[in-house]
Design a protein around this ligand. Structure first.
Ligand code: BGC
Ligand code: BGC
Length: 812
């Protein structure tokens, strides 16, 4: 399998220039209303240059106040996966609506002059209004791809739009119309299918569900929001599935595979398009004029506006996060500049004042944004709380919406094996075992309440049902019984066991993997399946996953195997299909089929075990099962874990360093001594027996290092607010300590209080902070450095990248 490179490519190869004339010509259907055009012309002639520049900017809620919106006439705000109103990612729905009003009132306030153009608020409602506690969470797109049901897609879009309108937002960054070609990509589950025709068959329906008909009627008068097809173009076509990477495919493949879903998007009048972080033939999309202007706006006649992705402009050759006129010139109309908006604004303004950026481009961008705002009816709509559906909180997670989601769950399940075990008779005694059985966050995946979908409890999903809830209520209703037992042990012998396993939530590049193997750390339930089988108990394997993976051991061990994808809040839809009636007859049959091929080995180049479109149902005849080949999976896992279970990954070392000419010691086994006996290293239990390393330092300066053979490029992670997470137990506090990362020529270290602790504590430092402290995050030789002064005794349990810190350290 080809090598993967981590760094987003910045190379300008001279290639990557499209020929618009070989692309299909479309016609944008949304009529330009004469009165709107006159209004736009009036605004363009009355707005000052700073007011116009303000319209081109979108800031994240993390970093913008209503006061800023008033002062800078910002065109838009967004709520990123980890932001929320009033600084609270978990804010209740009424707080969202009231924040929407605050920003709206600021935007239309003309008391100090100002154009008073109302603001729009964008959110990643990518599987339902998924940032909001209590909203209906629909299956992620890959599961919807298994259903082959555009009509249901439209109903999902409409329900999502209605829920968004309850909390006052006008714009969702959906649907993702990626056509993933390599499922090692961490965003594969955001795409419906690897098949362009299947993706295209959904896009129009989803856009229609969200925006309503493309007849020029005001969206806000109806139950609608703006949609955004993303990420233009070939986000799912990067070489080796590297997120934000580069795609070296031909222009014909670019057009025929990744361009195809834009046909229905344009036909339905999608109002915004988000440009991809990724590149084509060495050129970043965000700077690609031939594609954004030449193909999308001119050839495809796209009449809405184009928004860039989260600081993606900073990756264009010659640009930084703070300055990138190239993006505007390429055809970006609105900059998503979450935390960098002040700089981007000032930079664009200065360049417009000197004439370096022509007024014609600025006016065109502003006009496009105003046109979309007028299509919304934004100028007449009044404050968000006064619009139709606003504040109707009972629509969030309403029974009607949940029923749509539950139908989608049923239709998305794919049956890969069934040796006459399913459906389960409702009177059975069912053991529910494995991981994620009663965990709604896990069954929902990334982009759920938090960006990564991690750090959540079932209590944050009021009204939702877990897989366990669904199975237990179905069998109890039929006179059977259910036992919940993650490790598969039981008191009363069951008739059958359902063993849940699969992936944990992730989003974006955090989900990139080297191979198509399920992480070794997630294969624990195989042993449970094995044990149950030895006890003569039939096993149904139920896989939660964002993508097809090599899981042959589970396919061999289980008597039936069901792929549930990432079903979301309505776990009950699974039992609807798995549990039949009291006579054992099905209540609902399987209708889902694979939206992409399923791999035979961790390397897709070895071919498919099941082809695109495969899926059994209750009418299929069970053939004798011929065991599938099983392969030793070496280091399948998360490359963001640098120290865990007492060990480092291959190519990494754990080192103890002193001062001056003291020799560095590489720690392999324990017990060990370092720095001429000044440091003693032993094992401590954490998660597993001897899962931590304990360092007893007698005196002086000592540094614990984790070194990777090749310097790491952590630029992407730094842009995305990822943290360096260190899980420590301190038995005896040092006099002082510093924690951070270092390169050969730079370092970023912060003062770390390091108090004595009772148990293990997971500390987090935002990588952004290490950059502020001086580290070159593109060249990190020592991603982890902990330096202590004086006598101390502490144990390190885990070091990794992630979001879920228990204590976030101050950046000082
Ligand atoms: C993602 C987009 C998303 C945006 C806003 C980016 O990192 O690539 O898909 O819409 O953030 O959260
Ligand atoms: C955003 C993502 C983004 C990341 C950056 C999230 O809040 O939604 O789109 O890449 O954070 O921190």
């Amino acid at each position: 399998m080809a090598e993967r490179t981590e760094a987003p490519s910045q190379v300008e190869s001279g290639a990557g220039i499209a020929n618009p004339e070989i692309w299909p010509a479309y016609e944008y259907p949304v009529p330009n209303q004469p009165e709107d055009e006159a209004h736009i012309a009036r605004l363009l002639s009355s707005m000052t240059l700073p007011e116009k520049i303000g319209q081109l900017i979108q800031a994240d809620l993390c970093c913008v106040s209503p006061e800023d919106v008033r002062e800078f006439n910002l065109g838009s705000i967004l709520v990123g996966g980890n932001s929320g109103p009033y600084g609270d990612d978990f804010a209740p729905a009424p707080a969202w609506l009231s924040a929407a009003d605050d920003f709206y009132h600021a935007s239309v306030d003309t008391s100090d002059g100002g154009a008073g153009v109302p603001i729009i608020w964008g959110t990643d409602a990518v599987h339902g209004h998924s940032n909001i506690i209590g909203a209906t969470i629909f299956p992620h797109n890959i599961g919807l791809g298994a259903m082959r049901d555009p009509e249901l897609i439209e109903r999902i879009g409409a329900a999502t739009a209605a829920e968004i309108r309850v909390t006052g937002q006008e714009w969702t960054f959906a649907p993702t119309v990626a056509v993933p070609q390599d499922f090692r990509w961490g965003r594969s589950y955001e795409g419906y299918s690897s098949d362009p025709e299947l993706v295209a068959s959904y896009v129009g329906a989803m856009v229609r569900g969200l925006q309503g008909p493309a007849d020029g009627d005001n969206l806000l008068a109806g139950p609608y929001v703006l949609a955004s097809t993303k990420h233009f173009l070939a986000d799912g076509g990067t070489d080796n599935g590297v997120d934000q990477g580069d795609s070296s495919i031909s222009e014909e493949e670019l057009r025929d595979i990744h361009g195809l879903p834009y046909r229905p998007a344009i036909a339905e009048g999608v109002s915004t398009v988000m440009v991809s972080f990724s590149g084509w033939q060495g050129r970043k999309m965000t700077g690609n004029q031939s594609l954004i202007t030449g193909v999308l706006k001119e050839r495809m006649d796209f009449g809405g506006f184009v928004v860039s992705d989260w600081n993606a402009h900073g990756q264009v050759a010659g640009c930084t996060n703070e300055s990138c006129p190239q993006a505007l010139m390429a055809g970006i109309d609105m900059y998503m500049a979450p935390d960098t908006w002040r700089d981007v604004y000032a930079d664009l303004l200065a360049r417009a004042e000197t004439g370096e950026i022509p007024m014609s481009r600025i006016d065109d961008a502003v006009a496009r944004i105003l046109r979309v705002k007028m299509r919304l009816g934004l100028f007449e709509a009044g404050a968000p709380s006064t619009r139709p559906l606003s504040g109707q909180y009972d629509l969030l997670g309403s029974a009607e919406h949940r029923e749509i989601a539950r139908e989608a769950v049923r239709s998305s399940l794919v049956l890969l094996k069934n040796q006459d075990i399913l459906p389960l008779a409702s009177g059975s005694r069912v053991l529910v075992a494995g991981e994620g059985t009663d965990d709604i966050a896990r069954q929902s995946g990334g982009w759920t309440i938090t960006w990564q979908g991690t750090g959540l409890e079932n209590s944050q999903f009021p009204g939702a049902t877990s897989i366990w809830d669904g199975i237990s209520s179905a069998v109890e209703a039929g006179g059977g019984s259910a036992q919940l037992s993650p490790d598969g042990s039981f008191t009363a012998r069951p008739d059958v066991a359902v063993v849940v396993f699969g992936e944990e939530p992730y989003a974006e590049f955090q989900g990139d993997r080297e191979t198509l193997a399920l992480d070794n750390a997630l294969t624990g339930p195989y042993a449970t399946m094995q044990r149950l089988r030895e006890q003569g108990i039939p096993v149904v394997a139920l896989m939660i996953t964002g993508r097809p993976l090599y899981v042959n051991p589970a396919l061999n061990l289980a008597d039936a195997f069901v792929v549930a994808w990432l079903p979301g809040s309505e776990g009950g839809g699974i039992a609807d299909v798995l549990v039949g009636d009291s006579s054992g007859a099905a209540r609902h049959d399987f209708t889902g089929t694979l939206p992409t091929a399923w791999p035979l080995t961790p390397d897709m180049d070895d071919g498919a075990l099941y082809d695109f479109g495969f899926g059994l149902n209750y009418g299929s005849t069970a053939n004798a099962w011929a065991d599938l080949p099983e392969i030793e999976v070496e280091s399948a896992g998360d490359t963001r874990v640098w120290f865990a279970n007492g060990t480092v990954p291959s190519s990494w070392s754990l080192l103890v360093n002193g001062t001056g000419d003291e020799a560095q010691t590489r720690i392999t086994g324990v017990p060990a001594q370092a720095l001429s006996g000044r440091v003693r290293v032993t094992a401590e239990n954490f998660v597993v027996q001897e899962g931590a390393r304990r360092f007893a330092v007698a005196e002086g300066t000592s540094s614990i290092h984790l070194r990777n053979f090749n310097p790491l490029n952590l630029d992407r992670e730094t842009n995305a607010d990822i943290m360096l997470l260190t899980t420590l137990r301190v038995f005896d506090a040092p006099d002082s300590a510093m924690l951070g990362s270092a390169g050969d020529t730079s370092s970023g270290m912060i003062n770390f209080p390091m108090p004595q602790t009772n148990g293990f504590v997971r500390y987090g430092i935002p990588l952004k902070c290490l950059r502020t402290r001086g580290a070159d995050m593109t060249q990190v030789n020592l991603p982890f450095v902990l330096t202590t002064e004086g006598e101390t005794d502490f144990a390190i349990g885990e070091v990794r990248l992630g979001m879920d810190a228990e204590v976030i350290l101050a950046c000082e």
